[in-house]
Design a protein around this ligand. Structure first.
Ligand SMILES: NC(=O)C1=CN([C@@H]2O[C@H](COP(=O)(O)OP(=O)(O)OC[C@H]3O[C@@H](n4cnc5c(N)ncnc54)[C@H](O)[C@@H]3O)[C@@H](O)[C@H]2O)C=CC1
Ligand SMILES: O=C(O)[C@@H]1CCC=N1
Length: 272
């Protein structure tokens, strides 16, 4: 069964919930009238209702009852109380998809009624522009159809891969948090060009397109990133001078450590 004609509800319509809803509507896999969202903050709901034409409510129970697929998009820290509130409205006919960082599948399976079908997903904010990178792990009661459903939803807003649950914290540190590691790179590279005299708008356009182009080459050529770097660095040229500066600054260790630290924080959030 495809997701078309099934009702998808979001509990939490903040940054990630609304990014996903925008991406899903843009992809056309679900009609706005089959999409719903609840949040404690009414202005977010009003905006989504007027921009996307989806159903909204400040009552989680209303959205939970109306949905075949329920996406949990609230902070991990409040998930426990949200699961308690939702419990009376959940049964084995509904598929629960959670995007909360760190929280293990077992937490949902233990908190919700016996047999509840849960899939854990870690997407990223680029769902807004249909370029999310998502890791997906099905829970013990999820069927192969449920996994297909999750893959269909998250492939519609970018690229989605199934990963063992043991790697979900690594997915969180890498692609979940990753956009926030790259935005400062774009900003800082643009700053360099501004310092050289370029206007800010052109500098940001060129910096962002450079990141996009490099990412596309890595994905489409399948070449090792080191080989791609070698294609740019002419002997005694400009690039190798910049590469040396980045290596002196410890850029590789900095990025590795950022991913590791974020993954560790994901593990910590899951223990609460
Ligand atoms: N922001 C991101 O890039 C990503 C976030 N996530 C996960 O998505 C989840 C949401 O994160 P964000 O959207 O960034 O946070 P956010 O703070 O923007 O959104 C959370 C929303 O939940 C609402 N909320 C609070 N209590 C509620 C309740 N009792 N019932 C219903 N709604 C309630 C808030 O008003 C808020 O709009 C988190 O679990 C996070 O780990 C996952 C991947 C990427
Ligand atoms: O920072 C966070 O906790 C969330 C999870 C991944 C991206 N944002």
């Amino acid at each position: 069964m495809t997701v078309q004609n099934r009702k998808i509800g979001f509990i939490g319509a903040g940054k990630m919930g609304s990014a996903l809803m925008q991406g899903i509507i843009k992809a056309g896999i679900v009609k706005p009238e089959n999409l719903g969202a609840s949040d404690v903050y009414e202005p977010f709901l009003n905006e989504l209702n007027s921009q996307l034409g989806i159903n909204v409510s400040t009552d989680n129970a209303v959205i939970a009852q109306a949905s075949d697929i329920l996406v949990l998009a609230v902070k991990p820290q409040i998930l426990g109380s949200v699961l308690e509130d939702l419990k009376p409205y959940i049964n084995a006919d509904k598929l629960i998809i959670s995007i909360a960082a760190g929280v293990p599948l077992a937490t949902y399976e233990n908190a919700l009624p016996e047999g509840t079908r849960v899939v854990r997903v870690m997407p990223n904010i680029a769902a807004t522009v249909s370029e999310a990178a998502s890791g997906i792990s099905p829970g013990k009661n999820a069927t192969s159809e449920d996994l297909k459903t999750a893959l269909e939803i998250f492939s519609a807003v970018g690229t989605a891969v199934q990963v063992p649950e043991s790697l979900m914290d690594a997915v969180t540190g890498l692609s979940g948090s990753g956009p926030a590691f790259i935005f400062p790179v774009i900003e800082a590279m643009a700053d360099g060009a501004v310092l050289e005299g370029m206007d800010r708008k052109s500098a940001l356009t060129l910096a962002a397109q450079t990141v996009l182009g490099a990412a596309k080459m890595a994905l489409e050529t399948g070449l090792h990133p080191g080989e791609l770097k070698d294609m740019v660095t002419s002997p005694a040229g400009t690039t190798i001078q910049g590469v040396r500066i980045l290596e002196e600054a410890g850029i590789r260790a900095a990025f590795m450590n950022a991913v590791i630290k974020a993954s560790e924080r994901s593990k910590e959030l899951g223990k609460k």
